[in-house]
Design a protein around this ligand. Structure first.
Ligand SMILES: [Fe+2]
Length: 157
């Protein structure tokens, strides 16, 4: 089996890069949804949620860039078209959400999807001895599990 320029198995790396592009697509749709919540939210908790959602989409944007650059680091091309994101994302587009609870529920649900995908990627990366991707996924999972706890607490679960 061939190795690439950073000593990783070529075939396994190609699969990993593809899974990372799948993850990237989900992040991009999630990111745009959260921008929509930031803009459209109404009601008593406007000030609190408007700020909270900005904090969230800023964090998603950082991760989007890290995932894309990981794909490049592995020698592949990151997905970079909305048409690809729409086609590949399991996180659905959310339009016209102005209710805080509905937005928070969607966010918790989207995180569950992302965390599941990242767990799968973590084990794929482990099998490929790709410590860089393992470390990235591991960070995201623990951070987002904590975020889910806090969002759920806010919702009273
Ligand atoms: Fe804003």
């Amino acid at each position: 089996m061939g190795k690439n320029f950073i000593g990783l198995d070529t075939e396994k790396t190609a699969k990993l890069a593809d899974s990372l592009n799948d993850l990237l697509s989900n992040y991009q749709i999630f990111y745009m949804n959260v921008r929509g919540y930031h803009w459209n939210i109404k009601g008593d908790n406007f000030f609190e949620l408007h700020v909270k959602f900005e904090e969230l989409y800023d964090d998603l944007l950082l991760k989007i860039d890290e995932i894309a650059e990981r794909v490049l680091t592995l020698g592949h091309r990151p997905a970079h078209a909305y048409s690809t994101y729409i086609e590949r994302s399991e996180v659905p587009e959310r339009k016209d959400v102005s209710d805080g609870k509905e937005a928070m529920d969607n966010i918790v649900e989207s995180f569950a999807k992302l965390i599941g995908k990242q767990r799968t990627l973590l084990s794929l990366a482990g099998e490929a001895d790709d410590e860089g991707t393992v470390a990235l996924m591991s960070d995201y999972i623990s951070q987002q599990e904590k975020t889910v706890w806090m969002y759920r607490s806010y919702l009273g679960h």
